[in-house]
Structures are given as structure tokens and as C-alpha cells.
Design a protein around this ligand. Structure first.
Ligand code: GAL
Length: 339
């Protein structure tokens, strides 16, 4: 079976893995969403069952998730308090390129859906991060609000004050992921401020909104494709550089708290083709059920010219002196985690 669930994530629920991802179609146009979020299930990570479309795009051209919108990197988490499955994804309303920089939020009572679309929003509207600096709050007008892409060499990204610019409408959220901590708190982690800064934001108890607490991490480092996991009390982060569908070297980091401070540990890839993350871009770290400390790296191999032909690579996560490492393997199975 061909799995059509790109930019995805996997939820382990009651002993079954549920893989959610972008259903892509043929050709260049297949990079836009024409179907929705596809779900597959598995009990062992080897055999997969097609569970159909968990969230459908809308036939109503006025809908925020109209057929032809951009709907990327969907992630589903379970909320034990509300007993609902909550999905967040990167949403670009139809016909506006990537200028929307929004998240879409959907919810379902059953893990495989159908998910009901709730709303679209920018990240943390009218909320300042805990590490806000006084100058961020000084209103700026006109051309001072230039985009980060126009920064002159050596200019610090904060001099542009994209954070202040986007305070009212809300912060950019393009590539994103969700992370649920051991204490049940959930976080939205996204590429923000014109892809220059990663924002890490706590969600409300129902997982449907931002609580108001968030931090900026990797300021000015321009990272996308965030993926996060926790092992032995430490938080690990991996992201890519910003070259669209073309793969680039990954960056890893570690922190004692989700709020940081984050210490960068370099490119986790150590074998040939490390500079392209083995021709992939980070999507998700999957904790393996029943194997303490075992995580699988899931990376997309995009095929933008024929989107449906995109592939995945999965690699076991290794650690060396506290550093996240991904070694290339032509073939492997779950027994690597027993050694
Ligand atoms: C990538 C991003 C993908 C998609 C693509 C569009 O950098 O990770 O999710 O947005 O750009 O060019």
C-alpha cells in the first residue's frame, strides 16, 4: 500500500498508531490540498490500514479550508480532559501563496475522524512572548516594517521588529508541530517572524487555543520543519534550513525545559548526504511504544513536481554525548532498539 500522508505525525492511542498527513495528488497542483488529511493505522508500525480521510477540504470556495488551499504538516493529539482528538495544521487560504501564515484547528470525537474544522488563526494574536523586549512594544510604522528577507548584511533580525509588526493580527505560523509533555500540557511550535524565529507556545487546557505563554527560540536562525521529543528529562529539537522543497542540512538542539535555553548541537546527520539530511526534511519524532527512550525520525522526501510521489525516510534516533544523531541505514527494523 502506498501511504499518502506527507508532512505528518503519528498519535499512539490505546495501543494503535494513527498516522495523519497531507493527502497529495498528482502534478505540481498536488502540493495544494484537494482532498484533506489522510489517516492510516497500525499496531506494529509494519502493517498499515487505510482509515480514509480524517479531515476533508471543503467544496465551499468561501471556506478557510476550501479545495485548493494549502494545508500542511497536520498533527493530532488527544485531550483526556475533553476526550477529543485535536488537530492543528499549517493553513494558507486559497490563492494567497504563503502569505497567510496561519494555523487551522479541528476536532473529532473519534481518532480517525471525521474532524470538524473549528477556525483558522495566526499564532498568539495580541500576546507578547515572556522574553519580549521593551523595543518590541514600540509601535513602528511604514517602511521600518520591512520584511526580514530585506535585511541588510549583518543587521540583527530584531532590528526589523517583525514581532511588533505582527502583534495585532497575530504571529506567523508556517511549518509547525505539536508536542504534549508528561504533565499533559501541550505546545505549538512553529516557524514564525518570516521564518526567522521559532515560537514555542503553550496551549489552553482544551488544546484549542493559545494560553498566552510563549517564547522565541533560535532568534534569527531561520529554521523550518520543527520536530520535538523528550527523553530522560531533556527536550530535543530538530529543524531544517529554509530552502522550500529542496533539502538542506538539519539543525538539532537540546534544552532542560521546553522554554529553553536551547543549546544547538549541530547537524544530527553524520553519514554521506548529511548536508541534505539524507535527502529529507524533518517532520516528526515517533516514540516507539513499549521501548523506553526509543524514537524514530520521520523525514519527508518531497517531489514538488509530482507531489503524490513524495516519500518518507524513517531512521532510529541515536545519542552521542547528549547529542542527537541520525545515521544512515539502508535497512533496519525495530530490533535495533533492543541492542
Ligand atoms: C518547506 C516546508 C513545507 C512546504 C514547502 C513549500 O520548506 O517545510 O512544509 O511549506 O516549504 O515550499
Amino acid at each position: 500500500m502506498h501511504i499518502n500522508a506527507h508532512g505528518g505525525g503519528i498519535l499512539l492511542h490505546r495501543g494503535t498508531y494513527y498516522w495523519f498527513g497531507e493527502h497529495k495528488t498528482e502534478g505540481r497542483g498536488g502540493n495544494q490540498a484537494h482532498v484533506g488529511v489522510h489517516c492510516y493505522s497500525s499496531k506494529d508500525l509494519y502493517n498499515w490500514k487505510d482509515e480514509g480521510i480524517a479531515l476533508k477540504v471543503s467544496d465551499d470556495p468561501e471556506s478557510m479550508i476550501a479545495d485548493g488551499c494549502i494545508l500542511e504538516r497536520p498533527k493530532v493529539i488527544y485531550n483526556p480532559k475533553t476526550r477529543k482528538f485535536v488537530m492543528w495544521f499549517h493553513l494558507e487560504p486559497k490563492g494567497k501563496g504563503y502569505s497567510g501564515a496561519m494555523v487551522g484547528i479541528a476536532q473529532a470525537s473519534k481518532v480517525t475522524g471525521p474532524f470538524t474544522f473549528i477556525r483558522a488563526t495566526r499564532a498568539t494574536p495580541q500576546m507578547w512572548p515572556v522574553d519580549v523586549k521593551p523595543f518590541h512594544k514600540i509601535p513602528k510604522e511604514g517602511e521600518i516594517w520591512k520584511d526580514r528577507a530585506n535585511l541588510s548584511a549583518g543587521e540583527h533580525p530584531d532590528s526589523v521588529n517583525t514581532l511588533g509588526r505582527d502583534f495585532l493580527p497575530g504571529q506567523h505560523s508556517r511549518d509547525m508541530t505539536l508536542f504534549v509533555d508528561d504533565d499533559g500540557k501541550a505546545y505549538h511550535i512553529c516557524s514564525s517572524e518570516s521564518n526567522s524565529v521559532i515560537h514555542i507556545a503553550e496551549l489552553t487546557d482544551d488544546f484549542l487555543d493559545f494560553s498566552g505563554k510563549y517564547v522565541r527560540a533560535f532568534v534569527g536562525d531561520r529554521m523550518e520543519a520543527p520536530a520535538v521529543f523528550k527523553k530522560d528529562g531533556l527536550y530535543y529539537f530538530m529543524g531544517s534550513e529554509c530552502t522550500g522543497w529542496r533539502p538542506n542540512p538539519a539543525h538539532a538542539a537540546v534544552a532542560p525545559s521546553i522554554w529553553g535555553p536551547w543549546t544547538q548541537t549541530g547537524n544530527p546527520c553524520v553519514d554521506a548526504d548529511s548536508e541534505t539530511t539524507y535527502h529529507s526534511q524533518s517532520t516528526f519524532f515517533l516514540p516507539v511504544a513499549g521501548k523506553e527512550g526509543a524514537f524514530i525520525y520521520m523525514g519527508d522526501r518531497w517531489r514538488p513536481e509530482n507531489a503524490i510521489d513524495g516519500r518518507y525516510i524513517w531512521l532510529p534516533v541515536e545519542f552521542e554525548e547528549g547529542r542527537l544523531i541520525l545515521r544512515w541505514r539502508d535497512e533496519w527494523d525495530l530490533s535495533v532498539f533492543d541492542k
